[in-house]
Design a protein around this ligand. Structure first.
Ligand SMILES: NC(=O)c1ccc[n+]([C@@H]2O[C@H](COP(=O)([O-])OP(=O)(O)OC[C@H]3O[C@@H](n4cnc5c(N)ncnc54)[C@H](OP(=O)(O)O)[C@@H]3O)[C@@H](O)[C@H]2O)c1
Length: 442
């Protein structure tokens, strides 16, 4: 029997605790599938005395997790601390520099430093694996790296944040407004006390930037991701969308495009979208994640499942460990981003202006004559063609003297909508900035 794969766990919170439970519960089948045992030899977190609902006495405690990097008794460091920088990054850098394989669930760290870490892993000839960083328990990184490896991926998009999806689908079911549903989600533990990373779209953007790199063979480029969260979505928007045959979902979308100058550009956006009711993503409810990848030979692939939680996320972390135990993570196929870092392309960000599509626009306006005419004139002058327009009674947003004007546009370039909004910018008729949501095309 081969020697066990000896791992050290840094971080014993939701995911770390789940990994301990999974490895203990499924030890025998993991050993059969991996060809050797996976053995936890050391653990670390901030507070040794904390009750974590699992017996940790069999494992060696280390106060300083960076000691794992130089411990000759450890083969793989599993980083489950979190944070793009700080102790997680220090540990990751040291572990790889010392020739230890690294498994992480840390999307923020991979989105910001993934290329640096992959370079270090490739130089050291060790694995860097991060399946759990994108869509939790859903094996989308493996799906793209392995199952869809023969395809050119044309577009990758999906529901990448369970908290946002829970909030939007609950707003849909109950008719309640965003703030009430967020408060309820926090009370139930579905949303963090500080939910901004989730609801402002940053978490989804981290995952999208990683997905784009794996899908398109490009270097991770987080900075240009256009990010809009769900804070400004009203119950009235959800009702309007419903009346028009759509559900609202926060969608992360990445695709490569040919620019006018002939260069290939990378488009990346996280934005609330109207999703047609017959689209598979429209029926992804609650805290579920789902990713669609369109391959040029496979057609549309849909990956769906739990995007968070101790069990699902541990499932992805331990799948990475099994790959390493099997030796799959060595050799030419081992590049963390599918293609060796030196061969990844760096693409300039795409300009959203020429993108064609339909959109939903919602204006909160003063309740007085002439306002509707002002908005429609701006649309006409900017070349935006209106497919339908709904003016909703008072209240709902901004107090009693406001009305909502919602419209859906015909297909046209995004630059036209941007121009219309510029024409209306600063108008005293608008009581708050307009909300634009793109309509997901098939
Ligand atoms: N939760 C999920 O469902 C999920 C899903 C996908 C990916 N992820 C990612 O997985 C990672 C871990 O998430 P989590 O939800 O498990 O977080 P968590 O519950 O907050 O656990 C974090 C752990 O790291 C430890 N820690 C934090 N700062 C530390 C420091 N300075 N030094 C030593 N230990 C430190 C904490 O120690 P104490 O316990 O002693 O405080 C805790 O055990 C994050 O990168 C997250 O984005 C999580």
């Amino acid at each position: 029997m081969s020697k066990p794969l000896r791992i050290a766990l840094a971080g014993l919170g939701t995911v770390g605790g789940g990994v301990v439970r999974l490895i203990e519960t499924n030890a025998a089948l993991i050993e059969r599938r991996a060809g050797r045992a996976i053995e936890i030899v050391a653990i670390s977190a901030r507070d040794r005395s904390k009750d974590r609902g699992v017996d940790l006495s069999p494992y060696r405690w280390e106060d300083d997790m960076t000691a794992f990097a130089t411990d000759p008794g450890i083969d793989v460091v599993v980083e489950l601390v979190g944070g793009s920088d700080g102790p997680a990054l220090t540990l990751a850098r040291r572990a790889l520099a010392q020739g230890k394989a690294l498994v992480t669930a840390n999307k923020a760290m991979i989105a910001h430093h993934g290329i640096e870490l992959a370079t270090a892993a490739e130089a050291a000839g060790v694995a860097l694996k991060f399946e759990a960083a994108v869509a939790g328990g859903v094996p989308v990184i493996k799906g793209l790296r392995e199952g869809a490896a023969a395809n050119a991926i044309l577009r990758v998009y999906g529901i990448l944040n369970g908290t946002c999806n829970y909030i939007l689908s609950t707003m849909e079911d109950t008719g309640a407004d965003f703030a009430a549903v967020l408060a309820e989600a926090q009370a139930k533990g579905y949303a963090e006390a500080d939910p901004s990373f989730d609801i402002d779209g940053v978490d989804a953007a981290h995952k999208l930037a990683i997905l784009a790199s794996v899908a398109f063979g490009t270097t991770i480029d987080f900075a240009p991701v256009e990010i809009t969260g769900i804070r400004r979505v009203l119950a009235a928007d959800i009702a309007q969308a419903d009346a028009l045959g759509y559900y609202i979902r926060l969608i992360g979308m990445a695709e490569t495009e040919q620019a006018a100058d002939g260069t290939t550009r990378l488009f990346q956006r996280v934005h609330p979208h109207l999703v047609p009711r017959d689209h598979p993503l429209a029926h992804v409810d609650g805290a579920t994640n789902a990713v669609v990848a369109e391959g040029n030979f496979s057609g549309r692939l849909l990956f769906q499942g739990a995007g968070a939680g101790d069990g699902p996320t541990a499932s992805a972390v331990v799948a990475d460990l099994i790959d390493i135990a099997r030796g799959d993570a060595k050799g030419p196929g081992a590049a963390p981003f599918s293609i060796p870092v030196a061969a990844l392309e760096t693409l300039a960000p795409a300009d959203s202006g020429p993108r064609m599509g339909r959109a939903y626009l919602r204006f909160t306006v003063a309740d007085r004559p002439g306002v509707l005419a002002e908005i429609t004139a701006a649309m006409r002058d900017a070349g935006v063609s209106i497919e339908s327009l709904i003016q909703k009674g008072r209240a709902g947003a901004g107090g009693t003297d406001t009305v909502l004007v919602a419209m859906v546009t015909h297909e046209g370039p995004e630059s036209a909508i941007a121009k219309a909004l510029r024409l209306l910018h600063g108008s005293p008729s608008l009581t708050e900035p307009p909300l634009v949501m793109h309509i997901l095309s098939d």
